[in-house]
Every structure is written in structure tokens, then in C-alpha cells.
Design a protein around this ligand. Structure first.
Ligand code: ADP
Length: 158
């Protein structure tokens, strides 16, 4: 079985993330959706909250394993005998950081291969931080999020 890890802060999980995950399932039999804690980004949802929401969204899809992880991604991958890391690539400045991360992961664990999917044309402008910002300023973000995340964010930022 071909498995991959798709990790991110997913704070919140956007339609851009969803698009990468869905398209990734055309390449991999199973994807581990790993919610990573980010030390540099201020979180809106706690790891537990994100894990709960994503588990609810994907509860009927046995090919998606939702889990929270706070250590190194390569450790998670190695522990679960996974060789592939799935990433999304937007034209809005992702490349340098993604290049660095993929190279570093391969340096730490030589069997890890990072696979990039170019962002869907409707989502290239979409980022979690921008969604939070727009919502805080009173804009409508419903079209960018799964309804479960939209309801949760509305509740939180009331
Ligand atoms: P963000 O930058 O939105 O906080 P994450 O850290 O959650 O994103 O990102 C996880 C992965 O998803 C990264 O590979 C990132 O490039 C990708 N990603 C994020 N937003 C999009 C999008 N709109 N389209 C495609 N890929 C995306």
C-alpha cells in the first residue's frame, strides 16, 4: 500500500488544503493528514480542536488518517514506515521554503521523497492566515472553508 503524509498547521483547513488532499488520493492509497503544531505561527485552533474537526469531516473516509503530531515530520513518517511527503505548491512564495524543507527532510532521512502538487487554479491565492485576517475584518470566508471549520471559526471569533 502506497502511503503519504500530508502535514500542515491547517489552522484553519481550507479548500486549498482539501484540493491537495483529494488529488493526492489519486496518487496514494492512504494519506495521513498530520496536524502539526507550529512554533512560529499563532494558532487560532488548538491541535486538539483541529484534530477533532478533521476527524469529524473525514470519519467516513478510511483512506485518510487524521492525527496530531508535535515532533519532526520525518520521525512520524519513519515510525509509520511512510516514504512520501505530500505538499501543495502555490505560486505565491511557497517554493523557497518548500525547497528548504524537502531538502532538510531528505538530509535527515534519506528515504523520504517529497511530492508536490501545484495548487488548484481556484485556490492559489488562499492561505489560512489570509482567511483569518479577512474574517477578523468582517469579510465573508464561507466559500474558502469546509462548513465544519466555518461554523467553528464563526463561533470562536464572535
Ligand atoms: P498555510 O500556509 O495555509 O498555513 P499549512 O502550513 O497548513 O498552510 O500548509 C500545509 C501544506 O498545504 C503546504 O504544503 C502548503 O503549501 C499547502 N497549501 C496551503 N494552502 C494551499 C492552497 N491554497 N493550495 C495548495 N496548497 C496549499
Amino acid at each position: 500500500m502506497k502511503e503519504a503524509v500530508y502535514a500542515g498547521s491547517f489552522d484553519p483547513f481550507t479548500k486549498g488544503h482539501e484540493d491537495i488532499l483529494t488529488r493526492g488520493l489519486e496518487l496514494f492509497d492512504r494519506i495521513h493528514l498530520v496536524i502539526a503544531s507550529s512554533s512560529s505561527k499563532k494558532a487560532l485552533f488548538s491541535l486538539k480542536e483541529r484534530e477533532k474537526l478533521l476527524k469529524k469531516i473525514y470519519k467516513d473516509n478510511l483512506n485518510i488518517i487524521v492525527t496530531a503530531h508535535s515532533g519532526l515530520l520525518v520521525d512520524y513518517a519513519n515510525k509509520n514506515s511512510i516514504k512520501f511527503v505530500l505538499r501543495g505548491l502555490r505560486p505565491t512564495g511557497d517554493f523557497a521554503m518548500e525547497f528548504q524543507m524537502a531538502t532538510m527532510n531528505r538530509h535527515m532521512s534519506k528515504d523520504i521523497e517529497t511530492v508536490f502538487l501545484i495548487t488548484g487554479k481556484d485556490y492559489y491565492f488562499l492561505s489560512s492566515s489570509m482567511v483569518k485576517e479577512i474574517h477578523c475584518l468582517g469579510g465573508d470566508i464561507s466559500e474558502f472553508l469546509h462548513p465544519h471549520f466555518f461554523d467553528a471559526i464563526s463561533e470562536k471569533l464572535k
